[in-house]
Design a protein around this ligand. Structure first.
Ligand code: ABU
Length: 443
């Protein structure tokens, strides 16, 4: 790529034609993540309405910290986030758009600590009588553990709770580990429950985890960055997200299942006012209290950033275009495509091996090349199937016809994980994926 591209910075500015050529080169060599045969990441596809929204956003080119320079967008944010909280099952509360799910999870951590130990903001560690401890499943997104590193707990105090064979947190293990840490004089305060794990797409059992949080008075955060979109589907919301209204905070990324353009991540709180009291620094050059308007609309003082990108217009315009009914159809379509893939894998079980029945659009499987088809399925074949994944993925990338991700987990060597989060994917694309993998993987 370095040989193909001229990325140098010239002394003198280039001509318009040069710039147009630069644009063409850039798109020519960039991976087409909007193509229905891109199934590599949780965010796939290109929603045209949301893309138009991004263009308008760029044209307006404003900062989201004060109402005075972003009045329409600030009001839009308030309406959309309030609707999302209503869909979660809350009345009231507060929310903010953050730069990605990891930062949304960090906001949850900060708000939880502030709520439980309000003096922490001013006094830091000295206000605590022991070591704070947080809990999450061993399948969670790595950003949860990163909160422990970034916020001074240390990753040893982010306790990994074992999960079952489907990748769901085991509640009795959570309780055992809470009791164990308490008996050491430590202070459990935060539990992260994942709704849609990154690799297997598993949903931790919310109600069982919420019962434990209530019993031990712990903050319940739900990382539904990935699975949150299913809140919009009556058919698929339950039982996966049943009990979500019991959470104290919820991360939900529209840039994943909802297909909003990157990036668009939301964090929601049941308690209103917490974001402000936790993060407010009252910078007097931005957040003057004697302004013409109601200064609660200056959202900049609720966040740990100063400048904040406008991520709302592309989501709002998408909601306007689809309506809640359109989004429900979108979710049902994605789930139906994943179900169709499972059906096709089961029909061609000589060539493909389904690892588990998915709860979400993550379908995890192995491709079985000819030489391994007669070998009995067991540890030896699994090792060999794991070795096939990087080779076959390399062939996909060289051919430029398909992109499907692979990874190992704690129970198995490499396996493929295909993702349907693009509304453009249809049954023909699912069939193509299987036939193309078979074509490229023949030898
Ligand atoms: N934030 C998780 C994204 C990982 C993925 O797209 O596979």
């Amino acid at each position: 790529m370095k040989k193909l591209l001229d990325l140098s910075i010239p002394n003198e500015g280039l001509t318009l034609q040069n710039l147009i050529d630069d644009c063409a080169q850039t798109l020519k060599y960039q991976v087409r993540t909007g193509h229905p045969h891109f199934m590599n990441q949780l965010s796939c596809g290109l929603d045209l309405v949301s893309m138009a929204g991004e263009w308008l956003t760029a044209t307006a080119n404003t900062n989201m910290f004060t109402y005075e320079i972003a009045p329409v967008f600030i009001l839009m944010e308030s309406v959309v986030l309030s609707k999302m909280r209503e869909i979660i099952g809350w009345r009231g509360g507060d929310s903010i758009l953050a730069p990605g799910g990891s930062i949304s999870n960090l906001y949850a951590f900060l708000a939880a600590r502030h709520h439980m130990f309000p003096q922490y903001k001013e006094k830091g560690q000295s206000c605590l009588s022991g070591q704070l401890v947080m809990f999450t499943s061993d399948q969670c997104h790595y950003s949860v553990k990163s909160c422990a590193a970034v916020c001074g707990l240390g990753t040893d105090n982010c306790v990994e709770v074992p999960s079952d064979e489907r990748g769901r947190m085991i509640p009795r293990e959570l309780e055992r580990l809470i009791v164990e840490r308490k008996s050491k004089g430590q202070i459990p305060f935060f539990v992260n429950c994942t709704s849609g794990t990154t690799v297997l797409g598993a949903f931790d059992p919310i109600n069982d985890i919420a019962d434990i949080c209530e019993k031990y008075k712990l903050w319940l955060h739900i990382d539904a960055a990935w699975g949150g979109g299913l809140l919009l589907s009556k058919k698929y919301r339950h039982p996966r997200l049943s009990g979500i209204e019991r959470a104290d905070s919820v991360t939900w990324n529209p840039h994943k299942l909802m297909g909003t353009l990157l990036q668009c991540s939301t964090i929601h709180f049941k308690i209103d006012g917490l974001l402000l009291s936790c993060n407010q620094m009252s910078a007097d050059y931005l957040f003057m209290q004697d302004k013409l308007y109601d200064v609660q609309y200056d959202t900049g003082d609720k966040v740990i950033q100063c400048g904040r990108h406008n991520d709302i217009f592309k989501l709002w315009i998408q909601f306007r275009a689809k309506g809640l009914i359109g989004f429900e159809k979108h979710m049902d379509h994605l789930m139906e495509m994943a179900e169709y893939l499972v059906e096709r894998i089961n029909q061609t079980s000589d060539k493909f091996y389904l690892i588990l029945e998915p709860e979400l659009v993550n379908v995890c499987f192995w491709y079985i090349p000819k030489r391994l088809r007669s070998m009995p399925h067991g540890p030896q074949r699994i090792q060999e199937l794991g070795k096939v994944c990087p080779i076959l993925k390399g062939k996909m990338m060289e051919a430029g016809t398909l992109m499907v991700g692979y990874q190992p987990d704690d129970k198995r060597p490499n396996f493929f994980r295909s993702i349907y989060s693009s509304a453009a994917v249809n049954k023909g694309d699912v069939d193509f994926m299987l036939s193309e993998m078979d074509r490229l993987g023949q030898d």
